[in-house]
Design a protein around this ligand. Structure first.
Ligand SMILES: Cc1cc2nc3c(=O)[nH]c(=O)nc-3n(C[C@H](O)[C@H](O)[C@H](O)COP(=O)(O)O)c2cc1C
Length: 219
């Protein structure tokens, strides 16, 4: 009889233990069920945040770049467009209030005179939102081993402090002619990157050279 009671008590204890184990298991499941929705919400929230961050990055990548250039016969403009295709952002052509002649010899004289006088030809192009840009790609042809004076007007009119300026040029062979240093002197609080120089007879085939330069200066 005593043995039967002991076995009974033993069985009751085992059943009780099993009951507790099963109970805890169920409770654990219930806990997961209860917590699942917040977890899903969290995942969705994280996904939303990631999408938003990605969108912000993309828009930042595109919106904080300005490509601004002067071009008389279209060479620098073509290079500007290659850069635009590669990096996006906004693109603006600088125009002078008084257009330059298409007579090459007369233009040579006018440009030389402007340079000798350290002239600042007035621009008809106005950029109202320059503060929004972090990086300015600045393009120009080489005129008399220097930038056209209209570029000096641009640098006088706009304070590019704190911005990165990436200079690019086209020329008959003079290269950059030290113009990045001139830009750095005009904009002492800007960072001027290594410049790009393309020969005027090679502009159409310059896309790979442009892209190489962009990756060198980390674009
Ligand atoms: C007024 C003037 C001066 C120039 N001076 C130089 C020069 O000093 N060195 C040079 O290599 N090319 C010189 N060139 C050639 C231009 O830099 C070259 O053709 C350039 O690609 C023109 O660019 P654009 O088509 O964007 O105006 C000069 C051209 C002009 C019209």
């Amino acid at each position: 009889m005593n043995k039967k009671v002991i076995i009974l008590i033993f069985l009751v204890i085992i059943v009780a233990i099993l009951g507790i184990i099963v109970g805890v298991g169920l409770f654990g499941d219930n806990e997961n069920v209860v917590e699942e929705p917040p977890q899903e919400e969290y995942v969705e929230q994280v996904e939303d945040d990631q999408t938003e961050t990605q969108e912000q990055q993309n828009s930042t990548e595109n919106e904080n770049i300005l490509i601004v250039y002067f071009s008389h016969t279209g060479n620098t403009e073509m290079v500007a467009n290659f850069i635009h295709e590669a990096v996006g952002g906004d693109i603006v052509k600088l125009e002078t209030q008084e257009p330059y002649t298409n007579n090459y010899n007369d233009l040579l004289d006018i440009a030389q005179e402007e340079r000798n006088e350290n002239a600042r030809p007035a621009l008809s192009t106005q950029i109202d939102n320059i503060d929004e840009y972090d990086t300015i790609f600045l393009g120009y042809p080489i005129w008399w081993s220097d930038m056209p004076m209209a570029i000096y007007t641009f640098l006088d009119e706009y304070d590019l402090s704190g911005k990165t300026i990436a200079p690019f040029t086209t020329s008959g062979g003079s290269g950059l002619s030290g113009t990045p240093n001139n830009i750095a002197q005009e904009e002492p609080n800007a960072t001027v990157t290594e410049g790009l120089s393309i020969r005027d007879n090679n502009v159409e085939n310059s896309q790979s050279q442009v892209n190489e330069w962009l990756s060198q200066i980390r674009f």
